[in-house]
Write a protein that binds this ligand. Structure first.
Ligand code: MRU
Length: 363
């Protein structure tokens, strides 16, 4: 008899070369239903990103890289002059799906770089190189998260209580996750963490996704409402907060799921360290501060109706629904990247992280 598959057996985001399709887990159906989507058209990939069927900064980047490769395959062109404007239109279109997670434009720009660097080559070959670049972006994400996990694990001890917000887990990346990477690696080494998961209103990424993947993986998980973090921290149950991010500005201000800055503010009050787990693909040195980060606004219906049997807020009431907030850099104890841990002053330390990245690249 075949064993029931767990969420860990599925790939969050992958390229199926036989079907020429982007394959994703439809995260809007979790945890109730495990459904894979096979997407081939740019419009469907745009929608999947916008609707959060695929979500989380690194996973969005990988989906976009695969998406632009699939779009490039469909372009009918014999010359670069015919090809490139169509490629650019598709790239800009995919880039418009969500504004805050910089991984989306990071991945698309990287694909654009591959395209431009090979402009002298036949179109067929450019498309082949785009294929390889998309696969490389996907595969890179695995070691990036693992490395973040190792650095993160060095900051905690067996038996610790860890709190996380939103889903920066396997479902937001290719494997391991970012904020969950120290948890998964610790679990492999018998750390027995206690994990507190904020439910994460309004879309419940914590309750639906993080609690799901961590429970399936055998962790000791406790879901709390977003307004309970002060209680668990005051009780002394939390030794560290690990969160992901959608864009880190040059000064360390960090955009992540709405509510992250509340958690960080409370953590400071109770002397709990806050670690932002950030692949360098999520660090945007071109954005000076958090004030320069565009925050996605989403529909009022997510707040007033989505999870209720009947609408909860009075008809016609005003709703404010920013999808992300910015945690000020002084609330962040460290930014954990795949090249090491950056500490304040971040304007200096983040630059050093990128110098290290360059040095490794040219070794
Ligand atoms: O709106 P979402 O679900 O895409 O938001 C996701 C987050 O805020 C994550 O914490 C972030 O993307 C980091 S994922 C490793």
């Amino acid at each position: 008899m075949s064993e029931k598959k767990s969420i860990m057996d599925y790939e969050t985001v992958a390229l199926d070369d036989e079907k020429n399709a982007l394959v994703i887990i439809d995260q809007t159906k979790l945890p109730g239903k495990m459904e894979l989507l096979e997407l081939t058209k740019q419009e469907d990939i745009w929608n999947a990103i916008y609707l959060l069927q695929v979500r989380g900064a690194p996973a969005i980047g990988v989906a976009a890289a695969i998406g632009i490769y699939l779009a490039a395959r469909e372009i009918k062109a014999d010359t670069w002059e015919e090809f490139y404007p169509q490629f650019t239109r598709a790239r800009e279109y995919l880039d418009s799906a969500r504004p805050t997670a910089v991984n989306l434009s990071w991945a698309l720009n990287r694909m654009d770089g591959v395209c431009q660097a090979n402009r002298e080559k036949p179109i067929e070959e450019i498309v082949r190189m785009l294929h390889d670049a998309a696969v490389e972006i996907r595969n890179e994400d695995i070691w990036v998260c693992k490395s973040i996990g190792e650095y993160g694990l060095s900051l905690v001890k067996p038996g610790n209580g860890l709190l996380t917000h939103c889903n920066a887990g396997k479902l937001a990346t290719v494997k391991y996750g970012t904020a969950t990477a120290p948890m998964y690696l610790g679990q492999e080494r018998g750390y027995n963490f206690r994990i507190y998961v904020d439910e994460t209103r309004p879309l419940l990424q914590g309750a639906r996704l993080t609690a799901f993947e961590l429970s399936e993986s055998g962790f000791d998980v406790t879901v709390i409402c977003d307004n309970m973090s002060a209680t668990v921290m005051k009780n002394g149950w939390v030794d560290a907060v690990f969160v992901g991010c959608d864009r880190v500005a040059a000064n360390g201000d960090t955009a992540n799921k709405i509510g992250t800055s509340v958690v960080a503010t409370v953590a400071k009050r109770y002397n709990v360290p806050v670690y932002v787990c950030a692949p360098t693909s999520t660090i945007d040195l071109g954005t000076p501060t958090g004030d320069d980060i565009e925050i996605e606004q989403r529909s009022a219906q997510e707040v007033t109706e989505m999870w209720y049997r009947k609408r909860m807020a009075p008809a016609g009431v005003k709703v404010f629904n920013p999808s992300f907030d910015v945690t000020d850099n002084d609330l962040i104890t460290g930014i954990i990247t795949e090249y090491g841990i950056a500490k304040a002053p971040y304007t200096e330390s983040l630059k050093e992280i990128f110098s290290k990245k360059e040095a490794v690249k040219h070794k």
